[in-house]
Write a protein that binds this ligand. Sequence first.
Ligand SMILES: [Zn+2]
Length: 254
Amino acid sequence: MKRKIIIIIIAIASLFTVVGIMITFIGNDVNKNENSQLIYHNMKTKLFVFNPFQENTYLLISEDNECILIDPGCFEEEEKERLKAYLEENKLVLKRVLNTHLHIDHAFGNSFLFHRYGIVAEANQADEPLLERMKQQAVVFGIEGVDDAIPLGNYLNEGDKISLGDIELEVLHVPGHSPGSLVYYAPKNGCVFVGDVLFQGSIGRTDLPGGNHDELIRNIRSKLLTLPDETTVFSGHGPRTTIRDEKRYNPYLK
Ligand SMILES: [Zn+2]
């Protein structure tokens, strides 16, 4: 009898342990993308994962606590609040907002940032028609409540340089996923922000208006795979990768 009770107690304890471990793993899985703050070769980067598309929004922070936001995907009020609170708590001054491209999931927050901070987003002109069709884009995905689009503040083109304190970015035009897809390369820091051009083990979809598969592959090969192998690639969705790994393992680039 005593042995039975002990076995039952052990069984219950084991069950709690297993459930506890599962919860820990599930919790980690949800949060694994949104690390507190990452530092790459002296550039501070904060990642937010926003909106129903799980889009990666990157905040680049200079040594003077000024920052550049790449692809503000904040959509829900809670997401806008989370971004605002992070800036306030860390005493950061937002200076520029850059879009890699103008699919809704990467530009949901453009209006919010304009109204809250007076900063107008910058992107490539070839994607401007997408901005004008923000609400129609959203309807396709069953999303309502998208803010009115704010016209772009500045057009960015291949070869443009963006600097803020110690942050230096070079603009590369890599169309194919969208006509105006840009990537922002930080040569000093050995990293590149590619939006939806390239993912770990995959490439951007090309079935949306303005997409072109062959053009995308050609541009990835000529403009991204020619960057140093050790360059860290920050994509618009999912985990980061490196140019080396994509050259080796990406099935679309074989
Ligand atoms: Zn996209």
